[in-house]
Design a protein around this ligand. Structure first.
Ligand code: NAD
Length: 486
């Protein structure tokens, strides 16, 4: 099968069999393909070319050759290019949403409202930043310059496929870097559309290169490559650590956006009726497949019964179903391996004696096919249990009771992760005080609107470095001090 089935918003069949290197579609050195499975039907929807280390070499050579020209391109021209890319994403948003929904199961409404618009935002932010950013400032007679770091290897996951790509590609090319992208082998279709979009925007050859393929082959070759100056990976802790190991001999910069097990701390004065439903929906957003999902709801023991009732009411209203249906809120889990992992973790919760409040093992009723997991909530969870310590990456929420605020903060921090956290409460001083004691890269107070400028990244094993806004942009730069400048 060479073409995409199931809907009319297809990728050009030619590009499925090719990689995008040096401004052109090109067949891999050793042609092999990997099927892309629609998680809603378990059917193969496309066969996509897989690259190898030989293709990584070609892509890196193209990026290296393009670097002097692109890094010297005036900032205003780079901003214009980002503007064009942004415009094309918005123009093609329906096609992108359809393809993304097909490859990883996002409900079409969610793909349209979140996955694609938020992906576009990273491009807009990078474009806007270029109009105000000072690449040189003078401190005590020394010029402190920010220069593009060079050729960047970008490795992305399947859960927010386009969003994770633009979060890296946009700031990298805005900074003047050239890039080689390896998207997840499980969600390569939106990446193919994105490569075509960059081509149509007129990005000079070699500035952006796409090599699809596995982590073990293409990803590892990129991490070890002597001519790549920086690797940015978003993915599991396992892959993040392997990338850092492979990158070490060449002393390249490594930034890692990895897993999470984010707490949602309800202070005693929180408005529970108002704050519990969005807490549940945030945990289950994107079928729980978000690294920052607040999957540990930490609530006063005295209010546990009330919270349980609110949770049950919220979960019973969630519409899980066919991602193509407009009314669906949660589609299937994105792939079989992830579905099996979620099932195993639900079993672990039961075996460890957590109280099952709703959901449980198995598929959603009425689905004989498709990786449809049941939205599941455990109560009376001990934070030492596996379901409270390990990232599940599925629609599984833990309610963890506490007796004192001191204990709530200890529970929030009792994790190897430190990516994100939420705090709910009406006394803003108390909410802020709790936030300052939580060891996480981002703390969200009373569910604020998403801020694409707020730096995002992890403490502890959630990673190194930051993405988004100016902090994300600066990861793609080197600092040069020119002493005696003024
Ligand atoms: P994964 O680690 O299996 O894969 C992520 C990417 O890394 C893929 O492109 C994969 O091919 C590549 N990869 C795998 N092994 C590699 C290796 N040895 N060398 C180089 N590259 C390799 O993760 P996934 O299953 O795609 O995504 C889920 C994980 O990603 C979760 O743990 C989640 O928390 C994390 N995640 C983190 C963030 C964040 O911003 N912190 C965002 C999304 C997902």
């Amino acid at each position: 099968m060479t073409t995409l089935s199931s809907n009319s918003y297809h990728t050009d069949p030619q590009t499925l069999r090719q990689l995008y290197i040096n401004g052109a579609w090109s067949f891999p050195e050793h042609p092999t393909t990997l099927p892309v499975i629609n998680p809603a039907t378990e059917e193969i929807v496309a066969e996509v070319a897989q690259g190898s280390s030989a293709d990584v070499d070609r892509a890196v050579a193209a990026a290296r050759a393009a670097f002097p020209g692109w890094s010297a391109t005036p900032v205003a021209s780079r901003a214009q290019m980002l503007d064009k890319i942004h415009e094309l994403i918005l123009e093609r948003k329906e096609q992108l949403a359809q393809v993304l929904s097909l490859e990883m199961g996002a409900a079409i409404g969610f793909a349209r409202a979140m996955q694609i618009p938020l992906a576009a935002e990273h491009v807009r932010v990078a474009r806007d930043l270029l109009s105000t950013y000072s690449f040189r400032r003078i401190e005590n007679g020394t010029a402190i310059e920010r220069e593009p770091i060079g050729v960047c290897g970008l490795i992305t996951p399947w859960n927010w496929p386009l969003y994770q790509i633009t979060a890296k590609v946009a700031p990298a090319i805005a900074a003047g870097c050239t890039v080689v992208l390896k998207p997840s082998e499980l969600s390569p279709l939106s990446a193919l559309l994105f490569a075509q979009l960059l081509h149509d925007a007129g990005l000079p050859p070699g500035v952006f290169n796409l090599v699809n393929g596995s982590g073990a082959d293409v990803g590892a070759a990129m991490a070890a490559h002597p001519d790549i100056d920086m690797i940015s990976i978003t993915g599991s802790n396992r892959a993040g650590a392997l990338v850092a190991q492979a990158a070490a001999p060449t002393v390249k910069r490594v930034t890692q956006e990895l897993g999470g097990k984010s707490p949602n701390v309800f202070l005693p004065d929180a408005d529970f009726a108002k704050a519990v439903p969005p807490g549940v929906m945030s945990a289950f957003r994107n079928v729980g497949q978000s690294c920052s999902a607040p999957t540990r709801m930490i609530v006063p023991r005295k209010r546990l019964a009330e919270v349980e009732a609110l949770v049950i009411a919220t979960v019973s209203a969630i519409i899980v179903g066919d991602p193509r249906s407009e009314e669906t809120q949660l589609g299937p889990i994105a792939n079989e391996a992830q579905f099996n992992r979620v099932q195993a973790m639900i079993e672990a919760g039961l075996n460890d004696g957590a109280k099952l409040l709703c959901g449980g093992p198995g598929r959603v009723q009425g689905f004989a096919k498709g990786f449809y997991a049941r939205p599941t909530v455990f109560s009376e969870v001990d934070n030492a249990m596996r379901i409270a310590q390990e990232e599940i990456f599925g629609p599984v929420l833990c309610l963890i009771p506490y007796d004192t605020v001191e204990e709530a903060i200890t529970l929030a921090n009792d994790t190897v992760y430190g990516l994100s956290a939420h705090v709910q409460g009406q006394d803003l001083e108390a909410v802020r005080a709790a936030a300052s004691r939580i060891r996480a890269g981002q703390v969200l107070l009373n569910y604020p609107a998403w801020n694409p400028l707020a730096p995002f990244g992890g403490y502890k094993r959630s990673g190194n470095g930051r993405e988004y806004g100016v902090h994300g942009f600066e990861e793609y730069t080197e600092i040069k001090a020119i002493v005696g400048f003024a």
